[in-house]
Every structure is written in C-alpha cells, then in structure tokens.
Design a binder for this molecule. Sequence first.
Ligand code: ADP
Ligand code: MG
Ligand code: ZN
Length: 629
Amino acid sequence: MDIKENKPQPPKNSTLFFCGVVLVILLILNIFVMPALSQRSIQDATYDAFLSDLEAGKISEVNLDEDVIYYLEKTDGRAQVYKTGYISSDVDLVKRLDDADVVFNKEVPETMSPLVSILLSWILPFAVIWLLGGWLMKKLMKNMGNMGGGAGAMSFGKSNAKIYVKSSTGIKFSDVAGEDEAKELLTEIVDYLHNPEKYKEIGASMPKGALLVGPPGTGKTLLAKAVAGEANVPFFSISGSEFVEMFVGMGAAKVRDLFKQANEKAPCIVFIDEIDTIGKKRDGQAMGGNDEREQTLNQLLTEMDGFDGSKGVVILAATNRPDSLDPALLRPGRFDRRIPVELPDLKGREEILKVHARKIKIADNVNFYEIAKAASGASGAELANIVNEAALRAVRDRRKFATQADLEESIEVVIAGYQKKSRVLSEKEKLIVSYHEVGHALVAAMQTNSAPVHKITIIPRTNGALGYTMQVEDGEHFLMSKEELENKIATFTGGRAAEELIFHSVTTGASNDIEQATKLARGMISRFGMSDDFDMVAMESMSNQYLGGDSSLACSFETQTQIDKKVVELVRKQHQKAYKILEDNIGKLHELAKFLYENETITGEEFMRILNTKPRIAMNQEMSAKEEQ
Ligand code: ADP
Ligand code: MG
Ligand code: ZN
C-alpha cells in the first residue's frame, strides 16, 4: 500500500487544462466561425439590384421587415438570401411584387431546412469540440503515461472483444482430432448452453470457467473456437495481451466492458486466450510497472465472482504456463475446471494428420500411421505444418497430389526446424523412458495400499518430464500410514530401478523422483515421527504453508547429521525393494514397456489387462512343474 501512495499522483490540473482548451475553442468559434457562417447566409445588396432581379423574375420570396427587405434569389440552383434597405417612398413595391408573382411575408426566408441550420449552428461546433477534445485528451494521456495515468482514462477504454457468431468460426469438434478428454469435458459445457433447463432442474450449475492448459500448438485456441461453433452462441474472444494497456485502469475498464457485453448477450462464451499475460502471480512487490496488470487481474477476479453463473456465461481461458498463474484465478468459482490439452499420442497424431490431409489432395495409399510414428513428440500445429509442407512439395514438383514420400520429407523439415523448441525423443530415449515409467507403475501395482495406475504416457510434458505415470487414489486420503508412505517412496524409486535392471546404467530422468522421495522420507523422520530413533519429536517445522512451504530445522547439528543418515537409509531400503519387485516381474516389465513404447500411452484398464494375463513362459513353467509332480 505504501508503495502505491508514494507513486506520483495523476496531475489534478489535467481536467482544468482540458476545460481551458474547450473554452478557448468556443471563443474562437464564436468570434470567427459563427459570423462567417451567418455572413455567408445573408448578403447585402442594393435596392437597385433588388428591383432589377425582381423584374428578371429571379426572386422567389420576399420578406418585408421594418426598414429592411430580405429576399431569396435562386441562381443556377443555388439559393441565396439578400438584404437591402427599404425605401418607404416606393409605394409601388407591393404592386411590383404582385406582378413578379413572388410570395411575400414577414418571415426571414430560409435557405436551409431548419434541421440543417440547427445542425450547423449547434451540433457541429459541439462535435468539433468533442472530437478535438478527445484527440487532445489522448495526446495528453500519452504524455502523462509514464507518470501513471490520470482521471478520465476509463471513458476511452472500450474493449475490442470481437464477437464471433457461429458462422464465422464454423469450427466443429470434428476438426479437432485426438484430445478426446478435453473434448468430453467441453461437450458438457456445450450441452449446458443448449439445454440449461436440464441442469437447472437438478440444481446443478456449470463451472463458471474452464482453463485449457497445455503446450503451445496443441489446439487450445482451436478447441475454444470449436466450442463456439458447436454451441451456436455468441463468442467473445480476446487475448490476454489486449488487456495490457499503457495506462493504469484501462485494462480493468476493458475487463469491465467485456463482461458487461457478455452479460447482455448471455448465453454466450467468453474466451480469454493466453491468460497468463494478465493472470501472472501477484508478487506483492509491484513497483509501478506491475500495477496495471495487477489491477486488470483484480478486476477479472471481481467480475468472475460478480456474475451469475446460471445466466449462461461460460468463461474459457487458455494458457501454456499454468504454473505461473495466480492461485486466486484457479480457486473454485473461477477457473475451477482445468482441461489438460496435452501433446497428442500416436493415435492422436495419426488422427490429426488425417484431419489436415482432408484439406489437401493426397494419394490414396498414404500410410498415416507410419508418419505419425516418425513424428513422435510433434504437436498438432507441427503436424498441420507437416501436411502443408507436403502439399507445397507436391506443387513444387508439379504433381497433382502429395505422396507418402512428401510427408516423410516434410517431417524432417518441420521437426528439424522445431527441434529446439519441442522435445522429440530419439528411439533409444523413448525406450528408456518406457521402462522408467513402467517401472514406477509396476512397483506401485505390486504393492498393497498404493493407488491404482490410471494412465502412463511417454509423451513429453511442458514441465520437462519425459514421461508420466498417473495414479488416482480411490477416495480422498487425509491420513497416510507409515507403510503407505514407504510404498510411495518405493514407487518413486521404481523408475530408476527399472533403468538399472534393464540398461545397467542410470540417466538424469529420475531427478524429480529423487526430489519427491527425499521430501517424503525427510518428512517421515523429522515431522511425522515415523522412525524409532527420534520417537515423537519434531525436528522440523513448517511455515508459510500457502506459499510453497518452507521448513526450518529445529535441532542440533549432530541430530541433523543423524537425520540425513536416516533419510538415506530409508530411501535405500525402498529402492532395493523396488528393484526386487521389478526383478521378480521382469517378464511383465518387458511386456508393458514394449506396449508403452509402441503406443505411447497405456490406460489403467490396458495396464491391468496386461498385468493380469499370465505370460506364456510362466504358464509353461507352471505346466512343467505340474508334470514333475
Ligand atoms: P494453441 O492455442 O494450443 O497454441 P492452436 O489452437 O492455435 O494451438 O493450434 C494451432 C493449429 O494447429 C490449429 O489451427 C490447427 O490447425 C492445428 N492443430 C493443433 N491441434 C490440433 C488438433 N488436435 N487437431 C487438429 N488440428 C490441430
Ligand atoms: Mg493459442
Ligand atoms: Zn520417474
């Protein structure tokens, strides 16, 4: 707060200055422009000229005032009012007018329609002032930008949220290949927008927001557009960077405006792409520059809390940096549904290739499976690019359609071009990662009291992990027994153990496992009192639990050394246990790793199926054992 108060205040005299400018403009208009306007409308003429024109029949209307005559004359289609002195001795005037067949009355004839004259004399000056004022103000604000904005900025902040209606996106879920999980979650939202009654009847309300997270080029923006295309409701799309404005408060005003528009158009979808630009963690050390972003974020949070979810406004957002998002954004009631959009696996890649191949002319005998296999680790955007490159290649060679060879060639172009950016595993690496991940899963499955394996993939993640084993607990766990914790440590070491067992060497792939295992083991000893030596004495205390959790040691140096020893002992024991488990099940390890290597993903069911079918060798052994008996 102090920091904010120390900031230079927006200059108060800016409004005063603005008023001054308007006043000066008004004066100038009054002095020069208005008389000029009126002068142009009535011109002086001699009485002589009046008479001759009257005779010539040029005059159509005459007005007799006290001692002046106004008359309207039309020459080549243009009307002009003249003024001349009244010579009272001209008694024939009335007769002359009658002869000339002109209308005469007591009103000043008008050259312009009353509307036009009102426009000219009243609205035009104001319009000029308004435009000029706006322009000046903008210029002013620009100059003041560095000083931290000023009053009145809000009135200029209109959001440029584009409204997409169904015809303009035209993208359907069928245009998005793979990503079944994401599509399933989004389908529910579409369904809700179509028949909200179904949900209201039960009292269910949709999540207000859904956050699409995943690496670049995996189709997050595409999915959001597909939702709009399927839902047939207005689609507001804005990119996070569009909120970032030069002046404090402008971004917030845009957010406000966007939500106002959305509320009027409900049911509708608001899509905020690249939300990390505004949704970055607030670090509380804002020094000037961060203020704007923070205000925008605060406004977004307020708006999301403020609007009525049952009205049918669904907010989608996309990011490839979910870890940098402010935790407040992810709180229930805001973006509480998180939709992972991961890099496609083999099957997904094949489908994506097929979707994009529909758009080009391509030989019938193309084997997309082979292409997908060769492009392991490629994102949807890269695959789309591969297809396009193939088509370009065909054009270059003056062929009518692209062939398998074109696709193969373009993989190299695209993947090599992208190699730095994305991780494409070599075959050998892929094999190692397969064994590593199956190692985790197998150790987990072979122990009692550990969560069932949900999914294993060897598709590189954005967070740097090359593979991933997902275990989903049956229910919620708040208490963990010593045995469960030990099993967890064993599971963490399972990856490395598999590498040792199969390849007799180790890789850097286990760094995260090591970290996690150590954390658990240390916690068991120093915080949970799970070692015989220290009984129920806390050696460590946690502070700052909401901010990452720092632990501080509260014991002597000797004890610290002892703790370290105990931690190593504990982890080593579990590591050996894991190794033993894998050794005993090496047949399954090979079988599962082979499956994972080929398919890149194993679902929980597939895992259990392979695990529970008896391997042929083992069955043979059993048979021979029986025969011996
Ligand atoms: P992101 O927003 O995740 O960075 P985009 O949605 O902008 O990625 O994807 C870029 C392009 O890549 C899309 O326009 C599309 O052509 C292609 N693409 C990406 N993922 C897919 C997919 N799953 N299916 C089909 N095309 C995809
Ligand atoms: Mg995008
Ligand atoms: Zn691992």
